[in-house]
Design a protein around this ligand. Structure first.
Ligand SMILES: Cc1cc2nc3c(=O)[nH]c(=O)nc-3n(C[C@H](O)[C@H](O)[C@H](O)COP(=O)(O)OP(=O)(O)OC[C@H]3O[C@@H](n4cnc5c(N)ncnc54)[C@H](O)[C@@H]3O)c2cc1C
Length: 162
């Protein structure tokens, strides 16, 4: 089976890693010239953002076999109001890098992926269809926008009978 993944971001790369564990080798198409070729930014993974998951790193590792190394642990968060400052303390999650850094999450995932990543490759549905078998084209039409068309309905019935 040929599988195309559009975009070597966190979702695409995690999807590729999961498929590889099941014996598939998808082709990943990324429009940029490198994985993570975007300005470096910092992000946070915190139970404050990702409820009810308490520890996102542990969760991804144990539940999905996706392994990421965050940059730092968040141990204190300050909350400022015009007159007061308060803080939360404890294990409050992690910070991580995204984009142009060798330790950014997308670069970490790309290092683990064995499937080919086709860079500078802007894909769209039209182009993906070129290599898609006719039956899956038909299935897509039947399941989506043209399902109400009478001739499609007849075809659907015939397929069901077969
Ligand atoms: C400013 C900002 C701050 C954020 N902060 C946080 C945070 O602190 N914590 C948190 O958990 N989340 C945060 N997020 C959200 C997080 O970044 C996203 O949830 C995550 O990146 C989504 O992953 P993705 O793989 O779906 O998309 P992306 O990471 O955006 O990856 C998509 C990839 O697809 C490629 N692509 C797009 N179109 C095509 C095409 N037609 N053909 C080929 N390739 C294509 C892109 O180049 C890119 O590499 C933040 C987002 C932003 C914008």
């Amino acid at each position: 089976m040929n599988i195309a993944i559009i975009g070597a971001g966190l979702a695409g790369l995690s999807c590729a890693l999961t498929l590889e564990k099941h014996g598939y080798s998808p082709d990943i198409f990324e429009k940029r010239k490198k994985v993570g070729d975007r300005p470096l930014i910092g992000e946070a993974m915190s139970p404050l953002l990702h409820r009810p998951i308490d520890d996102a790193i542990k969760y991804l590792s144990e539940t999905h076999d996706i392994h990421l190394k965050p940059t730092t642990n968040i141990q204190k968060i300050f909350v400022h109001s015009p007159n007061e400052t308060s803080f939360l303390e404890g294990h409050l999650g992690y910070t991580n890098k995204r984009g142009k850094d060798k330790n950014s999450y997308e670069r970490q995932l790309a290092e683990q992926v064995k499937s080919p990543i086709h860079l500078k490759s802007k894909s769209n549905m039209k182009r993906s269809r070129k290599n898609t078998p006719t039956w899956s084209w038909l299935l897509e039409i039947l399941l989506t926008r043209k399902a109400s068309n009478p001739s499609i309905q007849r075809l659907k019935l015939r397929l069901q009978v077969q």
